[in-house]
Design a protein around this ligand. Structure first.
Ligand code: NAP
Length: 173
């Protein structure tokens, strides 16, 4: 079976606002079936209602990427609507507090890693069975220039110092 734009399905994590919502709008307006992930069901419903009013075929999926139980419930809900998933967009992310290495706490690092690193691993593993039965499954990992190893190690790049300290420039020795 050939997948057409009309039959392509996608789950977008963190789809209730920002880049996730805009991605959902653009793909939905092309006829894709949208599963809009949102950790807060109220915010998710508001976003889904906006898309629905524009004619988008959208289902809101409560989904907190830091919770295994939420992940299992999300897979169960998507399975009620489809037996395959064509595109997974791992978009949910949290910047955390931008602080110096001296100020950062283990709790803060854990919280950011739990969302930005372990989150996409949880979501992708949970949805792999649905992705594997699609003809051309795709996983899209939304990242950041600030996460780029190339930029972090290029002393001439303008974003270089946002990967170290926002307040204190590197000490000159
Ligand atoms: N905007 C940029 O310039 C930029 C640049 C580089 C990279 N990015 C990346 O692009 C992605 C989207 O960015 P954005 O600017 O659209 O950010 P945003 O407006 O802050 O939206 C982030 C989304 O992620 C959700 N989220 C946070 N923690 C979550 C969790 N534990 N479980 C599920 N959802 C969670 C948020 O939900 P709530 O509404 O409930 O908080 C929100 O829907 C992020 O991964 C970000 O790192 C953005």
């Amino acid at each position: 079976m050939t997948t057409t734009p009309q039959s392509t399905s996608t789950l977008i994590t963190g789809g209730n606002k920002g880049l996730g919502l805009e991605t959902a709008r653009r793909l939905g307006e092309q006829g894709w079936t949208i599963f809009l992930g949102s950790r807060d069901p109220g915010r998710g419903r508001t976003a889904a209602d906006q898309l629905s009013a524009r004619g988008v075929n959208v289902t809101m999926v409560p989904l907190d990427v830091t919770s295994d139980q939420s992940m299992a419930d999300a897979v169960g809900l998507v399975r009620q609507h489809t037996d395959r998933l064509d595109v997974l967009v791992d978009n949910a992310g949290a910047a955390g507090n931008i602080v110096t290495p001296e100020e950062v706490t283990v709790a803060e690092v854990h919280s950011v890693y739990n969302t930005n690193v372990y989150g996409p691993i949880r979501v992708t593993k949970a949805f792999l069975p649905l992705l594997r039965v699609a003809d051309n499954p795709r996983v899209v990992m939304v990242s950041s220039a600030i996460g780029s190893m190339t930029i972090a190690t290029d002393p001439t790049h303008p974003l270089r110092h946002s990967t170290s300290s926002p307040t204190a420039p590197p000490k000159q020795h």
